[in-house]
Design a protein. Sequence first.
Length: 551
Amino acid sequence: MSSTTSVLIVGAGPVGSVLALTLLKNGIAVRIIDKTGPQVGQKGLGIQPRSLEMHHFLGTLPDILSIARVMPKCTIYKNPGGTEPLKTFQLDPLEEPTPELPYANALMLGQHRQQSIIHRHLQQYGCKIEFHTELLSFEQLDGYVSATIASRDANGKDIVETVKVPYLVGTDGAHSVVRKSLGLTFLGDTRNDVNMVIGDIKVKSGVTRKCWHCWGDASIRFLTLLPTEVDDDIFTFIVSGKDLDHAKIASGKDELVKAISLISDRNDIEFGDLIWISQYRPNIRMVDKFGEGRVFVAGDAAHVHSPMGGQGTNSGVQDSFNLGWKLALVLKGLAPPSLLDSYTEERLPVIATMLQKTTLLLNRGVANPTGDGSNWERGREIKQLGVNYRGSSILVDETTTLDNDAIRTDSYSLAGDGVIHAGDRAPEAPGLEGSEGVTSLFDIFGPNHHTVLIFGPPEFDGGEIAALIGVYPKDIFKTVLILDAGSPDPMPHTSGVDLVLRDRDGHAHRVYPALPRSGILIIVRPDGVIGAIVTGVEGLRRYLKGVFLVQ
């Protein structure tokens, strides 16, 4: 067994990199390899609000916010002529941030820039990405995985080595070696009715960087030019059309520019270098389970779909965030290996729903075009704020008024009764005042610990809770007593909890179900999901029993 690696991650895109960072923040040693070099081009470029919250917890958000920006408005032009706007609209409805939702809108940031940010954070932990290193094969043996990998040294000499690790995770894309070797099904369809040429190209003049430019409609011929998030001259393009020779267009810059001029009816757009280009047909497929034994898959290795809706990379990094904390607890000997079964249990319904939604968006745009872009507009659920694991076997909810069928109805929407449940996203609550100043829940949550929120009276005694979780390492839990805004000042000394905070602005009591009884507990998991809503210590004990090894 390797003495320095607990998890071998195959694939260094955003999905694999988020998993690596999550594990490293939990003190788990990883090795991350990638068959190719650093990614080139925008590709998946939307970061949804749910993923922005994940980046907050991981500490990568400031770097992302420093360069990402809100998606520009779409302008669809009339033809012939291609210069007069037919309609201008926001693809995703913009919202004002609120205390419980500080990141209300999706941001635009190319996948290559996303992963480079995460890679810099990995380097802070001494983790170096091993590019041009390929997984050849693996074998699951008693208690470990034996993997054969190949790379080249500085002199170009091939190096083949066998490593033994407790776990292996494939984040190696749609053609995943890990998925194929595991024998997981990858059922679905290839959309032969949709053919696109995609890529990035420099635009010297002719169009502004202030909007997303669109011509035509998807049922006949369609073209988009979208500026990148930074102030360069690179635009991402999509070219499609039933009567176009897509292979010819994808052969190089000259044929691409001819197609752009044909669809836009514009000859005044001056192009520079072609960065990358590829022919593309949407595949809509997913696995039947996210792993087998000690090997798992995440991201495109587990599910592929239409790019409509900007859900792909976001869903993949959420796969990793769900898996990461569970792997960490198992590797630390704090949770049974059976906890890893909940990875498939929780993510499979979410991904199935996501494929349905992105396919619906694709069908609306292709089969029922209006020419004015209205069928490309998307709803609020695409922001993934309602994505949930309600009904999961490792959750405990003693306050729900919904039966199991109602709880499981939609993995992408908030519950119909208007309140949060176990399995839902844990909302933010700023303005929490304590002895060390003012903080917020998002600054307390983290990928390496559970947070126990206690809504109780000022005289609350946390001794029972402290005794129950005190058998585990101290850094695995944070306990926070949240008092209402009218609590005495100074606040009383309270034993058995890590933080005593007054809900100065009332946000926590408004968005969390503070019931009219003492000792309501809300346990927030390391992935920012509510693991339990219980009315006392016995409920906490039930949750611990379902996740942790009994100490």
